[in-house]
Structures are given as structure tokens and as C-alpha cells.
Design a protein around this ligand. Structure first.
Ligand code: GLU
Length: 305
């Protein structure tokens, strides 16, 4: 059984993908992670997850940085760009390879789907077709890691005790994709560990990815961070707010960011009404001082407006 442990000095982070501007959903994750880290005098790092190049939107990273600055969310140290760290992911992959945990897979997406014993909320379960080696005439496409049979368990700061059997929810998963790009699951684990991050605060859509990340941490000898997943801000159609759903950039200007107040309310915090139109720094300062994890709801709530 792989279990997370509590750690003490807080190093938090925000890790947006530059696939669009900072919208209400990502502001909730940014503000929640910021307040939780700063509340205890911890540091807060910023990482741009621009690894999935086909999804990167030109100029979006700079727009996100500007929006965070306008909100008064100041990060520590230089911004980390995943696109500049592929040698680190390669090194981690090689370490896993030396431990005999990795194998080349020749299956296309279509083949994975066709051979899947079932499809979970994470997609088709890999049937293990290439686990014992590539069949003759097959060329390697992706690199996968063998998953264990045992449960991965952890205690989330909001959602409580969670467990997942990787074998039945994802199967052997991809660490390097057929297009040569490193998978998010590997990159996030390497980056968090190498940056000293010990508190991961992010949207609850990643709750089901966490067991994969804890498993990778155990394979690479990293200590797991504390995990705090925040309720997702959903669009009116019930889907996660994203660029696909026409998410609008949060409004900032003249030192004000009215969505900060809404984001604190969304996270169950009793921020006073009179701060609704207050300067961004005042709203953030309130959040840093008063943020109470116990008040964060687990239910996914529709964002107003
Ligand atoms: N880049 C991911 C996103 O924007 C977040 C990853 C993480 O926080 O681990 O949804």
C-alpha cells in the first residue's frame, strides 16, 4: 500500500496550462493554493505547463502571468516552463527504465480501445497487450509503466480518504506519448519533486490522477506532497469551465479583480460583503489571513454569472 504522509514547511504552487486566459475556474485554484501556502508563511511557486504543445495557445502564458500580477498573487522565484525541462523528464524515464518498470507499446489509440477490458472514467483500461514485449513486426509508439495490483491510498485535505486500484481504473499508463511528448503524469511528479513542492492544491478534476502520481513518486523515490483538491467551478452546462466552453478571462484593471471575492465565496470562505469591490490586494490579504480549509465544500457548484 502506498500512502501519503503529512509534511511541515509549506511549498505550494500553481501550475496552469497555457491553453487560454486565466478564467474563473483557474482563478479558484490559483487563489486557493496561494492562500493556503501564504496563510502559514509558505512559498508559492508558478509553473507553466506548456508541454502539450498542440494545446498551447500563443500568448496565453503571458496573459496568465499578467492576470496573476493584477490580482496581486505574487509568486516566488522564477517561473518554471515545462517545455524547457524535457531533459529532466527523460532522465526520470531512464531511471524508471533501469528499474525495469517501463515497456514500449505498439498499440494505437484505436487498438487500446478495441482491446480494453472496460472503459473507466479515465478512459479505456490498457489490456497489457505489449507488456511482455512487442509482437513481431510491431513498432514502438509510446512508453508505458507497469502498474501494481495493490491499492494506492491517500488522504485529501478536502475530499478525505481516497483509494484507487490503478490496474482497474487506468492500467499500465503512458509516460511518453506516441508523438514523443512526455505525459503530464510524469512531468508533474518530476517538477513538483525537483521544486520541493510539498503541498499540491488544484481542481478536483485531478483527484483521479493523484494515485498515478503517488505511484510514480514511490517508483522515483520522491516523498509525496500533501494533496488538497478544490471543488470545480462548473459552467452552466455542468461541464468544467474551460476554453472549450467559451470560458471568459477574469476581469482585472485599476488594481481590482472582482472575481477574487467570488472565488473566495465559491471556496466557502466568509469574506465580508464590503470587500466585494475592494482593491485586489485587500481581498487577497483577507484570504491569506482567514482562509479556512474546513469551510471548503466538496460539492461541485455552478459558478454564478
Ligand atoms: N496544468 C493543469 C491544469 O491547468 C494543472 C496540473 C496540476 O495542478 O497538477 O489543469
Amino acid at each position: 500500500m502506498v500512502c501519503t504522509q503529512k509534511s511541515s514547511q509549506v511549498v505550494g504552487r500553481f501550475a496552469p496550462s497555457p491553453s487560454g486566459p486565466l478564467h474563473f475556474g483557474s482563478l479558484v485554484a490559483a487563489l486557493g493554493s496561494y492562500c493556503l501556502a501564504r496563510h502559514v508563511g509558505g512559498s508559492w511557486l508558478l509553473r507553466i505547463e506548456d508541454l502539450d504543445t498542440p494545446r498551447v495557445v500563443l500568448g496565453a502564458a503571458d496573459e496568465i502571468l499578467r492576470a496573476l500580477e493584477d490580482c496581486g498573487l505574487e509568486w516566488d522565484g522564477p517561473v518554471l516552463y515545462q517545455s524547457r525541462r524535457t531533459d529532466r523528464y527523460q532522465a526520470a524515464l531512464e531511471r524508471l527504465q533501469q528499474s525495469g518498470l517501463i515497456f514500449a507499446c505498439g498499440c494505437s489509440r484505436k487498438e487500446v480501445l478495441a482491446s480494453a477490458p472496460h472503459v473507466s472514467e479515465e478512459g479505456p483500461i490498457y489490456a497489457g497487450v505489449c507488456r511482455a514485449g512487442l509482437a513481431q513486426g510491431r513498432r514502438p509508439r509510446s512508453m508505458r509503466i507497469r502498474v501494481p495490483q495493490e491499492q494506492v491510498c491517500f488522504v485529501d485535505g478536502v475530499f478525505g480518504a481516497r483509494e484507487q486500484r490503478l490496474e482497474s481504473v487506468v492500467g499500465d499508463f503512458v509516460l511518453r506519448r506516441a508523438d514523443g511528448l512526455f505525459a503530464y503524469q510524469l512531468a508533474v511528479v518530476v517538477d513538483d519533486a525537483e521544486s520541493g513542492v510539498n503541498q499540491v492544491v488544484r481542481g478536483a478534476d485531478l483527484l483521479t490522477s493523484t494515485p498515478r502520481q503517488i505511484f510514480l513518486q514511490s517508483c522515483l523515490g520522491y516523498s509525496p506532497p500533501d494533496y488538497i483538491h478544490l471543488p470545480l467551478a462548473l459552467a452552466q452546462d455542468g461541464e468544467k469551465i474551460s476554453k472549450r466552453h467559451g470560458a471568459v478571462a477574469i476581469a482585472t484593471g485599476q488594481g481590482r479583480a472582482p472575481d477574487l471575492w467570488r472565488a473566495l465565496r465559491f471556496l466557502g470562505q466568509s469574506v465580508p460583503e464590503e470587500l466585494q469591490n475592494a482593491p485586489a490586494v485587500e481581498v487577497v490579504a483577507w484570504g491569506v489571513k482567514h482562509f479556512d480549509l474546513q469551510q471548503v465544500p466538496t460539492s461541485f457548484r455552478v459558478a454564478d454569472g
